[in-house]
Design a protein around this ligand. Structure first.
Ligand code: PLP
Length: 369
């Protein structure tokens, strides 16, 4: 099988699975228990916290483990009461967009340009309106197009206005350098399963001056900020995945970029192909494109029959029959947006797989036309 959908999820690295196993079978203690078995689990969580902090250049005390990127995004926005004004970009993940709908008229959507970028002038324009937001959320790297925002520039401006900034860095970590210390953002979401860690685990990285408003109330886990017995094995796996990402990021990014360029070169030999956000900095592993006149979902199914897994947009939105909200926000024509296919590579993909993909694609197109 050719797996080209790493932005949806990644396979768990065997080194990660090996690191997790003892915390399922042998060291099953509750990390809140005071005896040895509990202390071993606690210590494993502490190590994972250090490993995740190291990946994003933050302090371990700034990490709150969550059930994933979705919960981290929900938790981040929850620092704002729903009677406060907030602004979220038009290309956010549903865990930001849908969650922020609770703010109703107190929420405004920040438009993006045709490349999917939020410009600093757009951010500045928000401040000329009546309801000045107290929190702004802009995704670091888009899950569909891979377009990378200048979060540092936005954060610097927002900080000068004493406005909080949240960034969803779920797709960015492990694929590009991310330094929470340098970024100037106040809140940042990350997830384990996009970096070869297990699903159902993530973290919110936060500036200690922010008052977190816990979503889960109960025991005092995660410093009272996220109650519930910790998913020790998953947290250990996330930590190991983060450690490997630190060690291997440059090599993985370089490898993916070679594949991306090879694919883009191949796509240029197919008529009427549009690569979205082509003109701006993008994640090394992501290419979203459309072939005029071809339905994206249909193409996805045809590729599936050939054992090639791609996405027709974000995994969460697929099957909805609608054009991707991200492409729609970029002003892409409905028919072109409906034909979008997202290919996202991982560390184990090969150039041979790209060549095969191009061949299969071409064979469908000659049959179709
Ligand atoms: N944010 C982005 C940009 C994502 O791509 C995803 C997952 O697709 C999420 C958040 C949600 O993360 P999780 O699946 O860990 O809840």
């Amino acid at each position: 099988m050719i797996y080209f959908d790493h932005n949806a999820t990644t396979p768990v690295d065997t080194r990660v699975a090996e690191a997790m196993l003892p915390y399922i079978t042998t060291f099953y203690g509750n990390p809140s228990s005071l005896y040895k078995l509990g202390r071993i689990a606690r210590s494993a969580i502490d190590t994972a916290r250090e490993q995740v902090a190291a990946l994003v250049d933050a302090q371990p005390a700034q990490i709150i483990f969550t059930s994933g990127g979705t919960e981290a995004n929900n938790l981040a926005l929850s620092v704002m009461p729903i009677n406060s004004a907030i602004a979220v970009s038009a290309i956010e993940h549903p865990s930001v967009v849908e969650f922020s709908s609770q703010w109703k008229n107190n929420r405004q959507s920040i438009p993006v340009d045709s490349a999917g970028l939020v410009s600093i002038s757009t951010i500045k324009a928000i401040f000329k309106q009546a309801a000045i937001p107290r929190l702004v959320s802009v995704m670091m790297a888009n899950n569909e197009t891979g377009a990378i925002q200048d979060i540092e520039e936005i954060a610097e401006f927002l900080s000068s206005k004493q406005v909080l900034m949240h960034t969803d860095a779920v797709q960015a970590i492990g694929k590009m350098p991310v330094s929470f210390a340098q970024l100037g953002a106040d809140l940042m979401s990350v997830s384990s399963h996009k970096i070869y860690g297990p699903k159902g685990c993530g973290a919110l990285v936060f500036d200690k001056k922010i008052e977190i408003n816990p979503l889960l109330i109960g025991g005092g886990q995660e410093n009272g900020l996220r109650a519930g017995t910790e998913n020790v094995a998953a947290i250990v796996g996330f930590g190991k995945a983060a450690e490997l990402a630190v060690l291997e990021m440059d090599q993985r990014a370089e490898h993916c970029l070679v594949l991306r360029l090879r694919l883009e070169q191949g796509l240029k030999t197919i008529p009427n192909v549009t690569v979205f956000s082509e003109q701006v900095a993008r994640l090394p592993n992501t290419v979203q494109f459309s072939i005029q006149g071809i339905d994206g979902e249909m193409l996805l199914m045809q590729l599936d029959r050939k054992n090639i897994a791609v996405s027709s947009g974000s995994a969460c939105a697929s099957g909805g029959g609608k054009a991707s909200p991200v492409l729609t926000a970029m002003g892409i024509d409905y028919q072109i947006a409906k034909s979008a296919i997202r290919v996202s590579f991982g560390k184990n993909n090969t150039e041979e797989e790209i060549n095969q993909f191009i061949l299969v694609l071409k064979s469908f197109l000659t049959k179709d036309r």
